[in-house]
Design a protein around this ligand. Structure first.
Ligand SMILES: Cc1cc2nc3c(=O)[nH]c(=O)nc-3n(C[C@H](O)[C@H](O)[C@H](O)COP(=O)(O)OP(=O)(O)OC[C@H]3O[C@@H](n4cnc5c(N)ncnc54)[C@H](O)[C@@H]3O)c2cc1C
Length: 306
């Protein structure tokens, strides 16, 4: 219930205005977001890489409505990739891209062209791109664009969401050699017709999908903070004899950093998803919806600012 309310608020420009201008927001945002500038992204990447982590960087922003905004997002990724290469942070750091930020909602061809330019820049920087997955109305379009990009840039990664009923079948399709697939539970509010609604059903689906990916020929990227699913991932890695170069765990910046360090200590590859930029509202609200306990953190930040 609370999750639905927070996800509804994530789409409300009035609530956005309220939260974005509240003085306490800065402290909360800082926990989950590297900062506003490209330089912040590089600084945090350096810290994480020095701590043994791999990184994927996300320039915050989604639901772009003009070609100019989409081009600006593309250009920011090109700058980021150039600077990452100059700082010798690639291939340890790659980028995650939302097609909706590149124009997908109003011009699929433009989104493809922009994504292709980012893939070319990543290739030149000796690193990779992963296409984030957004709400279910975009899944087919995103997978189509992915297939086209993979023709020239085969290491382009996909994201599949275990809460969607279709995902087991998508996992089978994508568990092939050279295919990088990030498996997550899914962060959007989806109808029953397309998505499992209960935690138990979503978790069971995640395990079925994980089994398909870990027993397949691709490169699974297990994106979860859930202790039970991480333990199952470790178990399947042993079972299918997958060393740290054949799969990875992924977690979000600011969430369970001790667990990220523990897994690195155990010899696993762990990639931290690091968002940066001004447009943090939708991202932050999805994090709060996943764990309403974070609202307490929000409230404490508010109290400490009084
Ligand atoms: C690297 C990465 C990339 C992602 N990319 C996408 C994407 O492209 N599309 C998409 O729809 N979703 C994406 N997600 C989000 C994902 O779908 C889930 O919404 C999110 O990861 C929470 O699910 P969980 O598996 O961690 O399990 P949950 O059941 O939400 O959490 C399990 C446990 O993890 C801890 N935890 C989880 N969330 C938080 C939090 N916010 N704060 C503190 N502790 C927490 C708690 O201990 C909790 O009990 C991504 C997640 C990651 C890690």
């Amino acid at each position: 219930m609370l999750r639905s309310v927070i996800l509804a608020a994530s789409r409300s420009s009035r609530v956005e205005q309220l939260v974005a201008t509240a003085p306490f927001s800065r402290d909360v945002v800082r926990r989950f977001v590297a900062g506003a500038q490209t330089a912040d992204a590089l600084r945090v990447t350096r810290e994480l890489v020095d701590g043994g982590l791999a990184v994927t960087l996300d320039n915050l922003g989604e639901d772009t409505v003009t070609p100019e905004q989409a081009t600006a997002t593309r250009d920011e990724y090109l700058t980021l990739l150039r600077q990452l290469a100059e700082a010798e942070l690639t291939p340890g750091a790659e980028v995650s891209v939302k097609l909706s930020a590149l124009g997908q909602a109003f011009d699929e061809q433009l989104a493809y062209d922009n994504a292709r330019a980012i893939c070319a820049a990543a290739d030149a920087a000796r690193t990779t791109v992963t296409l984030d997955m957004e709400d279910h109305t975009t899944t087919d379009s995103t997978l189509d664009i992915l297939a086209k990009l993979r023709k020239d840039y085969p290491s382009t990664g996909a994201v599949l969401q275990a809460y969607l009923r279709r995902t087991e079948s998508d996992c089978r399709e994508l568990a092939s050699a050279g295919s990088r697939v990030r498996l997550c539970k899914g962060a959007y509010k989806e109808p029953e017709s397309v998505a499992y609604q209960s935690t138990r059903e979503v978790d069971k689906s995640y395990v079925r999908c994980l089994n398909i990916l870990m027993s397949g020929d691709g490169y699974p990227m297990l994106a979860t903070h859930d202790p039970r699913l991480i333990a199952i991932g470790e178990d399947r890695a042993r079972w299918f004899d997958r060393g740290p170069e054949r799969f990875e765990f992924q977690m979000l910046y600011g969430i369970r950093p001790e667990e990220q360090a523990r897994l690195v200590g155990e010899g696993y590859t762990v990639r931290t998803y690091v968002p940066y930029g001004d447009d943090w509202y939708g991202y932050l609200m999805r994090r709060l919806a996943e764990r309403p306990a974070n609202l307490a953190f929000f409230a404490r930040a508010l109290a400490s600012r009084k």
